[in-house]
Write a protein that binds this ligand. Sequence first.
Ligand SMILES: Cc1ncc(COP(=O)(O)O)c(C=O)c1O
Length: 443
Amino acid sequence: MSRITTGKGQELYRKAKKVIPGGTQLLSKRPEIFLPDLWPAYYSKAKGCKIWDMDGREYIDVSYMGIGANVLGYANEQVDTAAKEAIDKGGMCTLNAPEEVYLAQKLIGLHPWAGGVRYAKCGGEAMALAARIARAHTKKDIILFCGYHGWHDWYLSANLSNKNALNDQHIAGLEPLGVPSGLAGTTLPFHYNRIDEFNALMEKHKGKVAAVVMEPIRNDYPADGFLEKIRKAATEAGVVLIFDEITAGFRLCAGGSHKVLGVEPDMAVFAKGLTNGYPLSAVIGRKEVMEAAQGTFISSTFYTERIAFAATLKSVELYEEHKVWEKQDEYGKMVQRGWKEKAGKHGLEIAIGGIRPLGHFSIIGSENGLVYKTFFVQEMLKRGYIASNAFYTSYAHSKEIVEGYLECVDEVFGRIAEIGNRGEWVEDHLQGKVCHSGFGRLN
Ligand SMILES: Cc1ncc(COP(=O)(O)O)c(C=O)c1O
């Protein structure tokens, strides 16, 4: 199979690194975490689950679909028409956009336990907003958390008192530079499904905990009533339970994954799973908790723009109309089964994780896991796929696309096995450097 030739995308990325520290605004989009020096890096067009790079080459996205933001697919016509209509009617105005009320009504309708909604633009920002409201409501400081929740001070401060706190929640070696040292000890981690760790923190900081922040589900299913136990402890202690539904929300049902899991939080936060690519995030919460937003100060001009509200209303309508989560589940099941079957066929050891719509795998062998990932990405790119060791399924995929993808997975896994069987190193078959590690998420 042909070698990958670098094109305009890599040329632009080299320029980007001179003017944008880190090259891009999102760690998960850095070309180095896919295929250093060889990744197409930029897109000229995206539609459905197809992507065209800067040189006009066409690919199928079987990786992150807008890093989890495009549940319906890229450039969805109905969603984009709603956005265009909002633009034509004025995307910004001195008066408020009515759609923000309609969306709040819709979100409360889907989550009847909630009585209030506030908006922001990004996931991490909405998490900071939720943390602020919970602290304002309880008049306490400490937040116990599990998993990844954005870049803001409340979260990164976890590494102030323990420099390893975020190692296995997010990324190893994060320096909390720029985070005021006075926040040390205000955000403390526990691990998913480790109720003993959670209980110990609750006991140690009795009377001082404002909130518990966690994704209700991501990699593993909750075990032994984990969520119920947390719910009970939070209720008894008057602690606000915040579910981060930024990525898992709208992937298992119409609304938060907690609806399927049967545990109601006091607040839930939605963002990229909700809006099909438009910049909007929502914090929903029990009425008495959300009232605290009035006592503190949370206010921003662009939180009021109309386009994202209009697009999101249409996205939610389409999720419900087409039961989009069922397709995500169906394709996710095919993908995870396929990985397992193809790995077994070629005698590769593989670890598979993630709920079906957000599956990922890693090959375990005598070389570093990142070598196998890089080789997989390289070989899939040659075959016309934007692939990684994860597959976020979307409504824009199809059974045929997943089948075609799995045929290529079969070939690439076969090659990895062949190389090993010949006593060679997969690393010697890389066209460029080994990829960098991206996010680690243990929950
Ligand atoms: C669970 C979770 N929380 C928070 C975030 C941060 O959201 P954003 O990138 O929109 O700031 C993410 C993004 O990956 C996420 O998956």
